[in-house]
Ligand binder design. Structure first.
Ligand code: TRP
Length: 338
């Protein structure tokens, strides 16, 4: 008898994961896998909602994101990693849910609204035109969560509207067809944002300001060299303000034990930016060493990664089938006992 609560979490495979993902969610996942029955979805169908014209990218990143999770310490014996598109029950359930949500409600979803706005800014009114699939992804995300009877979904603040919408759909379904579904709750942890090398509030692939878990030592050093610093500092011994310097910002994260010293020396013109960056690179390289080595192991053994995904998908599929059996029964569409 499994009495652990179930967690459903995951990522869109649209790019390799970076230190923002690590500090913001992967580290947390590794902790949660001991206490919870954790399911990790590699959401390729959702990734296709805005990458339908680039399937090769999505396919490649299914494996990259899986390796990132494993490298950070996700243990396939404790967490279940699986591929969304290989669970057709999710797509099936999405169709049934789509009757329980209005277009107006989807258009009001603040997360979707922001994303549509961002697309318009990036690609202009045309490129930003919204497909049926994209507008509906909160419905499909509701299916991701509920087909596995997940109790909890770890999210950052910005994903709260998604969970609210999922809860609404579940209540509507249960009220109409019978109490079949588990109403999920958001698990708002201290999922913090990590700023980019350029000082942008968010580290992101499209912003070109990220340090990836897959980056090698030279790449990390080069990226740290490019990080923006206090622009008023010209000469090595000028005093500067580490609070407005991205190198100072990352020292605080990766070199905590020396932060006081680093900040003091910076403020008093006792350290040059070149040395300061070298010290930071070293700290980041050391901090991510285990992850990098583990990732390398999986890169060299793609069969192991495939097997983990295959096993995880098989187990997830069985859970999804059991839920769909009940769903169809309650919706009176269980013909011929199937
Ligand atoms: N929307 C999430 C992201 O942007 C990925 C995701 C898909 C997800 N389905 C989910 C997260 C279900 C939590 C629960 O990365």
């Amino acid at each position: 008898m499994n009495i652990k609560k179930r967690i459903l979490t995951g990522d869109r495979p649209t790019g390799k994961l970076h230190i923002g993902h690590y500090l913001g969610s992967l580290q947390n996942r590794v902790k949660l896998q001991d206490e919870y029955d954790q399911y990790i979805i590699i959401a390729d169908v959702q990734a296709l909602t805005d990458n339908y014209n680039n399937p090769e990218k999505v396919r490649k990143n299914v494996f990259e994101v899986t390796m990132d999770n494993l490298a950070c310490g996700i243990n396939p014996n404790k967490s279940n990693i699986f591929i969304q598109s290989m669970i057709p029950e999710i797509a099936e359930l999405t169709v049934f849910y789509s009757n329980l949500v209005t277009v107006a409600r989807l258009e009001r979803n603040p997360t979707v609204k922001t994303e549509i706005q961002q697309k318009k800014e990036l690609f202009g009114e045309d490129g930003g035109s919204v497909t049926y699939g994209f507008l509906g992804y909160p419905v499909s995300q509701t299916a991701d969560i509920t087909v596995f009877n997940a109790n909890l979904v770890p999210v950052g603040e910005d994903q709260l509207p998604m969970i609210e919408q999922a809860r609404e759909i579940v209540r509507k379904f249960n009220g109409m067809y019978g109490e079949i579904l588990v109403e999920p709750e958001a698990m708002v942890g201290k999922i913090s944002r990590v700023k980019g090398l350029d000082g942008n509030n968010k580290m992101g692939k499209s912003l070109n300001n990220a340090i990836y878990l897959a980056d090698d030592e030279d790449q990390i050093r080069a990226k740290v060299r490019s990080a923006i610093t206090d622009s008023s500092k010209i000469k090595k011994n000028d005093p500067a303000n580490p609070e407005i310097c991205m190198v100072g910002y990352y020292h605080e994260i990766f070199n905590k034990e020396n932060k006081e010293k680093v900040f003091y020396e910076c403020r008093n013109g006792l350290r040059g930016c070149v040395d300061c960056k070298n010290e930071l690179s070293k700290a980041i390289i050391e901090n991510l060493k285990e992850i990098r080595e583990k990732r390398k192991y999986y890169e060299e053994n793609p069969k192991i990664v495939e097997e983990i995904l295959m096993e995880g998908t098989k187990k997830a599929r069985q859970v999804a089938k059991d839920t769909m059996y009940k769903v169809k029964e309650s919706m009176r569409i269980n013909y011929f006992n199937s």
